[in-house]
Design a binder for this molecule. Structure first.
Ligand SMILES: C[C@H](O)[C@H](O)[C@H]1CNC2=NC(N)=NC(=O)C2=N1
Length: 110
């Protein structure tokens, strides 16, 4: 099933390096760094940045999986890791990365 069609699950296990490589290929623009993945998103202005932050926050509450966010004037970096897997990567991180990418693409089209 595609990442966009999946939902986060409670207690998702840490992934092995092969699984991480395979899932990373499905989320363009994201980079793995240790036990996390991150991507910087850029925007036309602060209003658009905050609209994205709010959309991601709503999605995080729906999925019960929450990114760290670094927010600037026209940029936002999302960092996903799975606390319950001991700070490792789980499928939940890639599911939310795909959904955040979709929210960004949608905002750009609007
Ligand atoms: C109890 C609740 O399911 C957990 O605290 C959720 C909430 N959001 C979370 N977010 C992230 N990034 N990792 C988690 O393990 C996590 N766990």
């Amino acid at each position: 099933m595609k990442l966009l069609e999946r939902h986060c699950t409670h207690g998702a296990p840490a992934l092995d390096p092969d699984a991480i490589r395979a899932l990373l290929a499905q989320v363009p623009g994201w980079q793995a760094a240790g036990g996390s993945i991150e991507r910087e998103f850029t925007f036309a202005d602060y209003r658009a940045t905050i609209a994205f932050v709010n959309a991601v926050a709503t999605m995080a509450e729906t999925e019960n999986h929450h990114p760290d966010m670094r927010v600037g004037y026209r940029r936002c970096t999302l960092v996903y890791t799975t606390h319950s897997a001991g700070g490792a990567l789980s499928a939940n991180d890639f599911i939310c990365a795909a959904k955040a990418g979709m929210l960004y693409d949608r905002g750009m089209a609007a």
